[in-house]
Write a protein that binds this ligand. Structure first.
Ligand code: CTP
Length: 288
């Protein structure tokens, strides 16, 4: 672009905002411009562009050699052949995490409840419907995983009885009895060994207190908490506002950002925790 346009305060403020959001900017080169003026505004040299792209791709292969299991989406708990209990999870957050982990070099297994999303490139998806099926699929695939991320909104209760026939209407009130499902995260985290276990917490109040409580009660290494009542956060949005609560005591409050950016920040925190929790093993694995 023209040098004055590039140096204009509005352009520079916008570029700064992008940099602050983590966007990598390749600055224009200086020299003779198509408009006849001289200054900054020329397309950067091919070598500079290739070097910058290489640098970005390099930092994104930090999950090479890891096997990551991600749960995503809601579960559906059947009452009878036509009715079920579910929740408003879209699966977007879990799918964004699975996609980002695959891009960063991990082998990714995505155990997914019913959602309306494409399988991300390079990800193996296992479709499940109920909390029980999700639990089984996770147990079956957990053995060789090194990082487990529970982004699914698993039903905490299911109908105590699943009727084979449709429940008929009558004038009397109907009471449905519910029984608790297995907490998959807690079950896995009990015997997690060297695995890094990450949970999500969707809260409506006392977000920090509830998240820290979940971190220790569930024996997790990281809890990604969001206030689902906040504007631009939670179910079916493309953005989220989360705070990351880590086992080593760090609280990282992130501003509103896209779910893919949140996914990258969650993976950054996992990579940091990997070296804090078992530093030498992680360094050995990465060949340093
Ligand atoms: N989770 C799970 N299996 C369940 C319920 C929850 O694996 N049966 C996982 C979720 O995937 C999430 C974390 O546990 O990563 C937190 O779930 P949440 O429902 O927020 O926590 P609960 O312990 O169920 O507490 P509450 O619903 O009372 O907030």
């Amino acid at each position: 672009m023209n040098v004055n346009m590039w140096n204009h305060a509005t352009t520079q403020e916008n570029v700064e905002m992008l940099r602050a959001r983590g966007v990598k900017i390749i600055d224009p080169a200086e020299g003779y411009l198509a408009c006849g003026m001289t200054g900054a505004g020329r397309l950067a040299g091919q070598e500079d562009i290739v070097a910058a792209v290489r640098e970005v791709l390099k930092t994104q292969r930090d999950l090479d050699g890891e096997t990551v299991l991600v749960t995503a989406g809601p579960t559906c708990e059947d009452l009878d052949p036509v009715r079920y209990i579910t929740n408003r999870s879209s699966g977007k957050m879990g799918y964004a995490v699975a996609e980002a982990a695959a891009r960063r070099g991990a082998k990714v297994i995505l155990v997914s409840g019913p959602v309306n999303l494409e399988v991300p490139a390079g990800v193996e998806r296992i479709d499940v419907r109920t909390a029980k099926e999700m639990h089984r699929a996770v147990v079956d695939r957990i053995a060789n995983t090194s990082i487990v991320i529970f982004a699914a909104a698993v039903a905490d209760y299911r109908p105590a009885e699943q009727r084979a026939e449709k429940i008929k209407k009558s004038d009397a009130p109907l009471t449905i009895s519910l029984e608790p499902t297995t907490d998959i995260l807690t079950e896995v985290a009990k015997n997690k060994g060297q695995k890094i276990v990450v949970g999500f917490a969707a809260e409506t109040d006392y977000v920090a207190e509830n998240a820290r409580k979940k971190l220790s009660a569930k024996n997790a290494d990281l809890i990604v908490a969001n206030d689902v009542t906040a504007e631009g956060a939670g179910f079916d949005h493309d953005t989220n506002i989360v705070t990351l609560f880590s086992r080593d005591g760090r609280d990282l409050a992130l501003p509103k950002m896209s779910k893919s950016e949140v996914a990258q920040r969650v993976l950054d925190e996992i990579v940091r925790l990997r070296s804090v929790l078992h530093g030498s093993a992680a360094l050995k694995r990465s060949g340093v």
